[in-house]
Design a protein around this ligand. Structure first.
Ligand code: HDE
Length: 703
């Protein structure tokens, strides 16, 4: 596209008596050189002046004939497309999927045949409720949408970071989404479920109960996209070369383990860095620290379906990993940031009905409804049935069909024939053997608006989920219910939620009722179907019961001042980086500090821009003078107060004590390490592998 350089006349123009300046004094003109291309219009016409519109005289009106100005403004006026109704806030990246274990026994899907083979992938993570500009740390389900460009066409696995959903039938989706997003008269709250309409709807829809337990858990405040599980949610089918079908649930297991933040921290991160999750993904890919997940499958047959006490077509239920183990069959690696957010992440069009031979749908009524919705929504959002012509949506395998025309058509069929059959021998033809065939599941029955019987069990798995959590996680769930319901203005709604919780776990119901200050405990809601008692807890459902595989990928914040002890500082930086931690230096000035050895240490954050909520663990290394100075700085005091309150591991040198005193923190529990020599740094990092020092939490939470 490079054009030959044009010579530009940069002299000022004489008009009548007056000499008028071009641009705002000439300095804004940056002209093309050998290494910069010539600016053109969309039609390719070189532009001589991009600072001034064409006017009749220096102080006269702008002329309509200024085609460059008109084209520029016209295009700008049309830059926005409708944001997604749900999942508007999202962030994506490119990568690949590599098969590690063949599934040929179960499916003829090409992507699952040959271990070691890779296909390209694009993934978009998102929150559900918030608008496009909402903060990343909203308490919300995260979308985990994966597009796999297989040799047999695109397969989209449009999942979430939670394995169940709020509703069972797609017909309730508009109601659910309306109730969740901002209330229509006042247009708030943004990106929050903590309001009357949400809790009104879900408490009138008891099938949501299991999902409510999940969303009130720490799963909805993930530390980053890299530390989240993903789930296909629905039961799908696999079909092998002999036509034999099995059922499957898909899982994505993060290589770095699952980690979340605590609620008070999430609230503060939203202020300190509303882009916390997208920045984390972008930065780790840019640093070559590629996020990775394993693809897991739970495969089961009709016999399992018959004996499983819940309906596998019900998206409000899981299949515990203890009942059907998750077999790991591949890895997903994100290794390339997008070149342009709008072009790729905003225009990517995931569709649940994008499926390939060897994979099929089941009659899950939520999935069936989604198969209509996603195609429809892309037409509205992207404005043309040709959205598959946009590179991020186009298949990577050869494709050929007779679909033509429409807005922005970019590859119409060539030649005389745009139909088949035709006598000209032109164009593609169907492939009965290798083409997509639906599994011939026999279907018959009266037309009815009903749900299968087992769908009516709304509480059993909610109880199982709650009882599978560690005590700390149970406390977080209780606190989240109390927080959200305390934002609900209508007492009857608060009470109705507690009436459902009584069917889940009596202690939880009592604690929530107490946290809300309810004067009387409401009666338990009458269950539509008697819950099953005695389901075994499933360890896989807890985050904290599954120790993290590594410290890698976590972030250490090091608060320093001029005169910080150089030997300790070097040891912290070196040893942390060896463990795979990312380290950021937080200093009184962004220009950095001079440490005790007289060396300059650059900073990545100024203290008021780098609060401890941005880090997984913190180190405070100060000189006597530095500690005195920072003790007077509110944001430095917050740094240690928050690190303490959020149960983070803290290391410090003796000289830093005055800052802790000023912050009313006594760093004397086992989560704190005083660094006297470089050897202590190793001890500190060993402790950090637990990520949080949970025993402290109970001591800092009074309500
Ligand atoms: Fe979606 N959902 N959804 N959803 N969903 C959309 O499609 C819909 C559901 C999910 O990063 C929309 O392109 C219906 C479950 C993700 O671009 C829309 C129902 C799960 C994304 C839509 C559901 C999801 C969407 C809005 C009930 C987890 C973001 C914009 C039957 C398994 C994809 C768009 C991206 C997006 C419809 C329920 C996941 C309106 C009707 C269950 C990750 O088509």
């Amino acid at each position: 596209m490079d054009q030959p350089n044009q010579a530009h006349d940069m002299t000022d123009v004489t008009y009548g008596e007056a000499k008028v300046l071009r641009g705002s004094g000439g300095e804004t003109h940056q002209t093309a050189t050998e290494s910069t291309p010539v600016l053109t219009t969309q039609q390719g016409v070189p532009v001589a002046d991009d600072q001034n519109s064409l006017r009749a005289g220096a102080r006269g009106p702008t002329l309509l004939e200024d085609f460059h100005f008109r084209e520029k403004i016209f295009h700008f006026d049309h830059e926005r497309i409708p944001e997604r109704v749900v999942h508007a806030r999202g962030y994506g990246a490119h990568g690949f999927f590599e098969l590690t274990d063949s599934l040929a026994e179960y499916t003829k899907a090409d992507i699952f045949q040959r271990p070691g083979e890779r296909v390209e992938a694009f993934v978009r993570f998102s929150t559900v409720a918030g608008n496009k500009g909402s903060p990343d740390l909203a308490r919300d389900v995260r979308g985990f949408a994966v597009k796999l460009y297989t040799k047999q066409g695109n397969w989209d696995l449009v999942g979430n970071n939670i394995p169940v959903f709020f509703i069972q039938d797609a017909i309730k989706f508009p109601d659910f989404v309306h109730a969740t997003k901002q209330e229509p008269d006042r247009a708030f709250p943004q990106a929050q479920t903590a309001h009357d309409n949400f809790w009104d709807f879900v408490s009138l829809t008891p099938e949501s109960t299991h999902m409510l337990l999940w969303i009130m858990s720490d799963r909805t405040i993930p530390r980053s996209f890299r530390f989240m599980e993903g789930f296909g949610v629905h039961t799908f089918r696999l079909v092998n070369a002999e036509g034999k079908s099995s059922f499957v649930k898909f899982h994505w297991k993060p290589k770095l383990g699952v980690q979340s933040v605590v609620w008070n921290e999430a609230v503060k991160i939203n202020g300190a860095d509303p882009d916390f999750h997208r920045r984390d993904l972008w930065n780790s890919i840019a640093a070559g620290d590629f996020p990775e997940w394993e693809l897991g499958v739970q495969i089961f047959d009709e016999a399992f379906v018959e004996k499983f006490p819940f309906d596998v077509l019900d998206a409000t239920k899981i299949i515990p990993e203890e009942d059907v183990p998750v077999r790991r069959v591949g890895r997903l690696v994100l290794d390339r940031n997008v070149d342009n957010f709008f072009q790729e992440t905003e225009q990517v069009a995931f569709c649940t009905q994008n499926i390939v031979p060897g994979i099929d749908f089941t009659n899950d009524p939520l999935l069936q409804g989604r198969n209509f919705s996603y195609l429809d929504t892309q037409l509205k959002r992207l404005g043309s049935p040709n959205f598959t012509h946009i590179p991020v949506n186009a298949p990577r395998c050869p494709f050929a069909h007779f679909q033509q025309d429409g807005h922005m058509a970019m590859h119409n069929p060539k030649g005389r024939a745009n139909y088949e059959p035709n006598s000209w021998g032109l164009g593609p033809r169907e492939a009965p053997k290798t083409g997509y065939t639906s599994y011939p599941e026999p279907v018959e029955g009266p037309k009815l608006r009903v749900r299968p019987e087992l769908f009516a069990d709304h509480y059993s798995q909610a109880t199982q989920f709650y009882q599978s959590q560690t005590e700390i996680e149970q406390t977080h769930i209780k606190n989240a219910f109390v927080f959200e319901l305390s934002k609900v203005e209508t007492l009857a709604i608060r009470e109705r939620v507690v009436s459902h919780l009584r069917n889940v776990d009596e202690t939880l119901a009592l604690q929530v009722a107490d946290g809300l200050g309810l004067e009387t405990l409401p009666d338990a809601a009458p269950p539509a179907r008697k819950p099953i008692t005695g389901l075994k807890p499933s360890q896989a459902l807890s985050i904290l019961a599954n120790p993290l595989p590594t410290l890698a990928g976590r972030k250490l914040g090091v608060l320093v001042s001029d005169g910080a002890p150089s030997e300790l500082l070097e040891a912290v930086m070196d040893l942390a980086r060896t463990e795979g931690l990312m380290v950021e230096v937080v200093a009184p000035k962004i220009g950095g500090i001079t440490c005790s050895a007289g060396k300059r240490v650059p900073a990545q954050q100024k203290v008021n821009g780098g609060p401890s909520v941005l880090y997984d663990a913190v180190v405070v290394l100060l000189s006597d003078q530095g500690a005195q100075m920072l003790a007077k700085e509110a944001t430095a005091r917050d740094f240690v107060t928050d690190a303490w309150a959020h149960a983070k591991f803290i290391a410090f040198n003796a000289a830093a004590q005055p800052l802790f005193q000023a912050a009313c923190v006594t760093p004397d529990d086992d989560g704190c390490t005083e660094l006297a020599s470089p050897g202590d740094v190793t001890k500190f990092l060993q402790k950090c592998s637990a990520v949080r020092f949970w025993p402290r939490e109970a001591t800092v939470q009074a309500v």
